[in-house]
Design a binder for this molecule. Structure first.
Ligand SMILES: [Zn+2]
Length: 257
Protein backbone atom coordinates (compact mmCIF):
# COMPACT_ATOMS: atom_id res chain seq x y z
CA UNK A 1 0.00 0.00 0.00
CA UNK A 2 1.46 3.38 -0.97
CA UNK A 3 1.35 6.28 1.48
CA UNK A 4 0.20 8.32 -1.53
CA UNK A 5 -2.90 6.20 -2.24
CA UNK A 6 -5.27 9.15 -1.63
CA UNK A 7 -3.06 11.90 -3.07
CA UNK A 8 -3.81 13.38 -6.50
CA UNK A 9 -1.20 12.90 -9.25
CA UNK A 10 -1.00 16.64 -9.91
CA UNK A 11 -0.07 17.22 -6.27
CA UNK A 12 2.55 14.42 -6.36
CA UNK A 13 4.09 15.84 -9.54
CA UNK A 14 4.40 19.22 -7.81
CA UNK A 15 6.20 17.54 -4.90
CA UNK A 16 8.59 15.71 -7.27
CA UNK A 17 9.36 19.01 -9.05
CA UNK A 18 10.12 20.69 -5.70
CA UNK A 19 12.48 17.89 -4.59
CA UNK A 20 14.15 17.97 -8.03
CA UNK A 21 14.69 21.70 -7.59
CA UNK A 22 16.33 21.13 -4.18
CA UNK A 23 18.60 18.35 -5.51
CA UNK A 24 19.82 20.56 -8.36
CA UNK A 25 20.12 23.71 -6.21
CA UNK A 26 22.23 21.91 -3.62
CA UNK A 27 24.60 20.61 -6.30
CA UNK A 28 23.65 16.98 -5.78
CA UNK A 29 23.40 16.57 -9.58
CA UNK A 30 25.05 18.18 -12.62
CA UNK A 31 23.37 18.90 -15.93
CA UNK A 32 20.54 16.39 -16.47
CA UNK A 33 21.73 13.78 -13.94
CA UNK A 34 19.68 12.11 -11.22
CA UNK A 35 16.18 10.71 -11.00
CA UNK A 36 13.24 10.56 -8.63
CA UNK A 37 10.35 8.11 -8.42
CA UNK A 38 7.23 7.92 -6.25
CA UNK A 39 5.00 4.86 -5.88
CA UNK A 40 1.39 5.96 -6.36
CA UNK A 41 -0.27 2.56 -5.82
CA UNK A 42 0.59 -1.15 -5.78
CA UNK A 43 1.16 -1.20 -9.53
CA UNK A 44 2.37 2.22 -10.66
CA UNK A 45 5.03 4.88 -10.12
CA UNK A 46 5.68 8.43 -11.26
CA UNK A 47 9.17 9.12 -12.58
CA UNK A 48 11.27 12.06 -13.69
CA UNK A 49 12.30 12.23 -17.36
CA UNK A 50 15.76 11.64 -18.81
CA UNK A 51 17.63 14.45 -20.56
CA UNK A 52 16.08 17.22 -18.44
CA UNK A 53 17.66 19.17 -15.57
CA UNK A 54 15.96 18.18 -12.32
CA UNK A 55 16.00 21.84 -11.31
CA UNK A 56 13.68 22.91 -14.13
CA UNK A 57 10.94 20.33 -14.44
CA UNK A 58 7.25 20.97 -15.10
CA UNK A 59 4.24 18.71 -14.44
CA UNK A 60 3.93 17.61 -18.09
CA UNK A 61 7.45 16.10 -17.94
CA UNK A 62 6.68 13.63 -15.15
CA UNK A 63 5.83 10.17 -16.49
CA UNK A 64 3.77 7.27 -15.21
CA UNK A 65 4.96 3.68 -15.54
CA UNK A 66 4.16 0.28 -14.09
CA UNK A 67 6.26 -1.38 -11.39
CA UNK A 68 7.21 -3.89 -14.11
CA UNK A 69 8.88 -1.08 -16.07
CA UNK A 70 6.27 -0.50 -18.80
CA UNK A 71 5.64 3.13 -19.73
CA UNK A 72 2.00 4.26 -19.32
CA UNK A 73 2.32 7.96 -20.23
CA UNK A 74 2.65 8.28 -23.98
CA UNK A 75 4.76 11.36 -24.54
CA UNK A 76 6.42 12.32 -27.83
CA UNK A 77 8.94 14.46 -25.94
CA UNK A 78 9.88 12.79 -22.68
CA UNK A 79 11.25 9.40 -21.73
CA UNK A 80 12.10 7.86 -18.33
CA UNK A 81 15.73 7.36 -17.36
CA UNK A 82 17.29 3.96 -17.95
CA UNK A 83 18.42 4.21 -14.30
CA UNK A 84 14.80 3.74 -13.21
CA UNK A 85 15.63 0.00 -13.23
CA UNK A 86 17.39 0.33 -9.88
CA UNK A 87 14.34 2.13 -8.43
CA UNK A 88 12.16 -0.78 -9.57
CA UNK A 89 14.54 -3.22 -7.85
CA UNK A 90 14.02 -1.33 -4.55
CA UNK A 91 10.20 -1.37 -4.91
CA UNK A 92 10.35 -5.08 -5.83
CA UNK A 93 12.22 -5.94 -2.62
CA UNK A 94 10.64 -3.46 -0.19
CA UNK A 95 6.86 -3.02 0.09
CA UNK A 96 7.42 -0.33 2.74
CA UNK A 97 9.14 2.01 0.26
CA UNK A 98 7.14 4.82 -1.37
CA UNK A 99 9.93 6.86 -2.99
CA UNK A 100 13.46 6.39 -4.38
CA UNK A 101 16.00 9.10 -5.24
CA UNK A 102 19.24 8.79 -7.19
CA UNK A 103 21.80 11.60 -7.31
CA UNK A 104 25.57 12.25 -7.48
CA UNK A 105 26.29 14.47 -4.42
CA UNK A 106 30.04 15.29 -4.56
CA UNK A 107 31.18 14.29 -1.07
CA UNK A 108 29.41 10.95 -0.69
CA UNK A 109 30.20 10.16 -4.34
CA UNK A 110 33.84 10.96 -3.49
CA UNK A 111 33.74 8.18 -0.88
CA UNK A 112 32.15 5.88 -3.50
CA UNK A 113 35.00 6.72 -5.90
CA UNK A 114 37.62 6.23 -3.17
CA UNK A 115 36.05 2.89 -2.24
CA UNK A 116 35.55 3.98 1.39
CA UNK A 117 32.12 2.99 2.78
CA UNK A 118 30.49 5.42 5.20
CA UNK A 119 30.11 2.74 7.84
CA UNK A 120 31.49 4.35 11.00
CA UNK A 121 29.44 5.71 13.91
CA UNK A 122 30.39 9.38 13.85
CA UNK A 123 27.19 11.47 14.00
CA UNK A 124 23.99 10.71 15.97
CA UNK A 125 21.63 11.86 13.19
CA UNK A 126 23.36 9.68 10.59
CA UNK A 127 23.39 6.64 12.93
CA UNK A 128 19.63 7.01 13.45
CA UNK A 129 18.55 7.62 9.85
CA UNK A 130 21.03 5.94 7.47
CA UNK A 131 23.29 3.75 9.68
CA UNK A 132 26.26 2.11 7.95
CA UNK A 133 26.13 2.94 4.23
CA UNK A 134 27.54 0.20 1.96
CA UNK A 135 29.05 0.57 -1.51
CA UNK A 136 27.45 -1.46 -4.31
CA UNK A 137 30.02 -2.55 -6.91
CA UNK A 138 30.34 -0.60 -10.15
CA UNK A 139 27.92 -1.32 -12.96
CA UNK A 140 27.49 0.12 -16.46
CA UNK A 141 24.67 2.71 -16.46
CA UNK A 142 21.47 1.65 -18.27
CA UNK A 143 22.28 -2.09 -18.00
CA UNK A 144 21.04 -4.66 -15.47
CA UNK A 145 24.45 -4.39 -13.76
CA UNK A 146 23.40 -1.56 -11.40
CA UNK A 147 20.08 -3.06 -10.20
CA UNK A 148 21.94 -6.37 -9.74
CA UNK A 149 24.71 -4.69 -7.74
CA UNK A 150 22.30 -3.09 -5.22
CA UNK A 151 20.32 -6.32 -4.68
CA UNK A 152 22.30 -7.55 -1.63
CA UNK A 153 21.90 -4.23 0.25
CA UNK A 154 18.26 -3.20 -0.29
CA UNK A 155 16.84 -5.28 2.58
CA UNK A 156 19.17 -3.87 5.25
CA UNK A 157 19.71 -0.23 4.33
CA UNK A 158 17.83 2.85 3.08
CA UNK A 159 20.97 4.46 1.64
CA UNK A 160 23.48 2.87 -0.75
CA UNK A 161 26.60 4.29 -2.40
CA UNK A 162 27.18 3.25 -6.02
CA UNK A 163 30.86 2.67 -6.75
CA UNK A 164 32.33 5.32 -9.10
CA UNK A 165 28.84 6.69 -9.69
CA UNK A 166 26.69 8.23 -6.92
CA UNK A 167 24.11 7.46 -4.27
CA UNK A 168 20.65 5.94 -3.90
CA UNK A 169 18.30 6.67 -0.99
CA UNK A 170 14.74 5.57 -0.33
CA UNK A 171 11.96 5.93 2.21
CA UNK A 172 8.28 5.49 2.97
CA UNK A 173 7.62 8.85 1.28
CA UNK A 174 9.37 11.38 -0.96
CA UNK A 175 10.50 13.69 1.85
CA UNK A 176 12.06 10.91 3.94
CA UNK A 177 13.92 9.59 0.86
CA UNK A 178 15.19 13.13 0.17
CA UNK A 179 16.16 13.76 3.81
CA UNK A 180 18.26 10.58 3.74
CA UNK A 181 20.12 11.95 0.69
CA UNK A 182 20.75 15.23 2.59
CA UNK A 183 21.91 13.38 5.72
CA UNK A 184 24.17 11.10 3.64
CA UNK A 185 25.85 14.02 1.86
CA UNK A 186 26.13 16.10 5.06
CA UNK A 187 27.71 13.20 6.97
CA UNK A 188 30.14 12.53 4.09
CA UNK A 189 31.15 16.20 4.05
CA UNK A 190 31.82 16.21 7.81
CA UNK A 191 33.76 12.91 7.75
CA UNK A 192 35.80 14.25 4.83
CA UNK A 193 36.70 17.36 6.88
CA UNK A 194 37.58 15.26 9.95
CA UNK A 195 39.89 13.09 7.80
CA UNK A 196 41.59 16.24 6.53
CA UNK A 197 41.97 17.50 10.12
CA UNK A 198 43.75 14.25 10.89
CA UNK A 199 41.41 12.41 13.23
CA UNK A 200 38.02 10.65 13.14
CA UNK A 201 36.70 9.83 16.62
CA UNK A 202 34.02 7.14 16.66
CA UNK A 203 31.10 7.24 19.10
CA UNK A 204 31.52 4.53 21.80
CA UNK A 205 29.37 1.39 21.58
CA UNK A 206 27.40 2.09 24.77
CA UNK A 207 26.41 5.52 23.45
CA UNK A 208 25.33 4.03 20.10
CA UNK A 209 23.24 1.46 22.01
CA UNK A 210 21.43 4.36 23.72
CA UNK A 211 20.69 5.95 20.33
CA UNK A 212 19.32 2.67 18.96
CA UNK A 213 17.14 2.32 22.05
CA UNK A 214 15.69 5.78 21.36
CA UNK A 215 15.21 4.84 17.69
CA UNK A 216 13.02 1.92 18.75
CA UNK A 217 11.26 3.91 21.46
CA UNK A 218 10.19 6.66 19.04
CA UNK A 219 9.22 4.15 16.33
CA UNK A 220 11.53 5.58 13.65
CA UNK A 221 10.83 4.02 10.23
CA UNK A 222 13.32 2.60 7.75
CA UNK A 223 16.12 0.10 8.08
CA UNK A 224 19.66 0.73 9.24
CA UNK A 225 22.70 -1.52 9.47
CA UNK A 226 24.84 -1.20 12.60
CA UNK A 227 27.88 0.98 12.06
CA UNK A 228 31.42 0.59 13.43
CA UNK A 229 31.83 1.89 17.00
CA UNK A 230 34.68 2.03 19.50
CA UNK A 231 34.69 0.20 22.85
CA UNK A 232 32.76 1.83 25.74
CA UNK A 233 34.70 4.53 27.55
CA UNK A 234 35.75 3.78 31.13
CA UNK A 235 34.03 6.10 33.60
CA UNK A 236 36.19 9.07 34.48
CA UNK A 237 37.48 8.83 38.03
CA UNK A 238 37.05 11.92 40.18
CA UNK A 239 40.24 12.78 42.10
CA UNK A 240 39.78 11.88 45.74
CA UNK A 241 39.43 14.59 48.38
CA UNK A 242 42.74 13.51 49.93
CA UNK A 243 44.63 13.95 46.66
CA UNK A 244 43.10 17.42 46.13
CA UNK A 245 44.06 18.42 49.68
CA UNK A 246 47.62 17.13 49.28
CA UNK A 247 48.11 19.04 46.01
CA UNK A 248 46.62 22.22 47.50
CA UNK A 249 48.94 21.92 50.52
CA UNK A 250 52.00 21.44 48.25
CA UNK A 251 51.08 24.51 46.18
CA UNK A 252 50.49 26.60 49.33
CA UNK A 253 53.86 25.45 50.79
CA UNK A 254 55.65 26.44 47.58
CA UNK A 255 54.00 29.87 47.63
CA UNK A 256 55.14 30.44 51.24
CA UNK A 257 58.75 29.68 50.32
ZN1 LIG B 1 23.53 8.28 -12.00
Amino acid sequence: MSVYAGTGEWELKKMIIEIGRRIWTRGYVAANDGNITVKINDKEILTTPTGISKGFMTQDMILKMTLDGDLITKSPKYKPSSEVKMHLEVYRQREDIGSVIHAHPPHCTGFAVAGIPLDQCVLPEAILTIGAVPIARYGTPSTREIPDSIKPFVQNSDAILLENHGALTFGADLVSAYHRMETLEHAAQIVFLAIQLGNVNLIPRDQVDKLMFLRDKYGMTGRVTACVTRPPQPAKEEPSRDVVEQITKKVMDRLKN
